[in-house]
Design a protein around this ligand. Structure first.
Ligand SMILES: [Zn+2]
Length: 72
């Protein structure tokens, strides 16, 4: 899965950011991480503009947890 990483302090998040909340850097890049699925669920009530239903999963990678939205 792809996550965002700060090029300066290497903090990572599953959401896109324009600035690192940890060090203030604006150098944010996308990096791929490999992890294991810890849990998943299907959302049936979703925000406007998103699919009527989709699956989200909690993935553990590099001792961090990430939420991933799956179009399935
Ligand atoms: Zn940073």
């Amino acid at each position: 899965m792809m996550v965002s990483e700060c090029a300066r302090c290497r903090a990572r998040w599953f959401v896109r950011r324009l600035m690192c909340p940890k060090c203030g850097s604006e150098e944010i890049r996308a990096v791929e991480v490999q992890g294991e699925e810890e849990a998943s669920t299907r959302l049936l009530v979703t925000p406007a503009g998103l699919p009527e239903s989709y699956r989200v999963r909690l993935v553990r990678a590099d001792n961090c947890f990430y939420l991933e939205m799956l179009n399935e």
